[in-house]
Design a protein around this ligand. Structure first.
Ligand code: FES
Length: 188
């Protein structure tokens, strides 16, 4: 989807949000930059461009309140997409139940989030060769583990961002972040 298509779709956002809790959320005004200029939320990131790189900041604050359970947003941070997913109770349980022996890059789910298991924050860059995996929208191909699927060479990530198949050698990176309060995230 081109950027203008994204912009055209923004007026429909409130309807989408109310129609389905699992609809993808566009939060053009929810991120607030804390280093000099505005933060930048970029929904449906398919590619990165110089403008996004210029706008990416050392650290950003993100208001999580509008993100309903089951929804995800993509935020540009330091020129890379960040995936922020509000996981459901079932997804959290599934992530917790995974046997470490089944993992390419063994890591407990509890080591993949901070404070609140419902919030998973990962860098949306495949650890194979750097493509942006799909899975931010419920209608996207999320692979067999319900997380993300990389269309470039077929790597599959689970709902904890752990690689479960394909050539990717490592789990999706967890960026440095803290919670300023229960619903405000600071990344970087
Ligand atoms: S870049 Fe994702 S599988 Fe190759």
């Amino acid at each position: 989807m081109h950027n203008d298509e994204v912009l055209k779709s923004e007026p429909e956002q409130p309807d989408l949000v109310h129609k389905s809790r699992r609809d993808f959320l566009i939060l053009a005004t929810s991120a607030v930059g804390v280093v000099g200029t505005a933060g930048f939320v970029w929904p449906l990131v398919k590619s990165m461009n110089p403008a996004a790189d210029v706008l990416a900041l050392a650290s950003i604050e993100i208001d999580l309140k509008p993100i309903q359970e089951g929804q995800a947003i993509t935020v540009m941070w330091r020129g890379r997409p960040l995936f922020i997913r509000h996981r459901t109770a079932q997804e959290i349980q599934e992530a917790k139940n995974v046997n470490l022996n089944d993992l390419v890059d063994p890591q407990l789910d509890v080591d993949r989030f901070k404070q609140y298991p419902q919030w998973l924050v990962v860098v949306g860059v495949c650890t194979h060769l750097g493509c942006v995996p799909s899975g931010q929208k419920p209608s996207d191909n999320r692979g067999q583990y319900g997380g993300w699927y990389c269309p470039c060479h077929g790597s599959v990530y689970d709902i904890s961002g752990r690689v479960r198949g394909g050539p990717a050698p490592r789990n999706l990176e967890v960026p440095p972040y803290t919670f300023l309060n229960e619903t405000t995230l600071k990344v970087g």
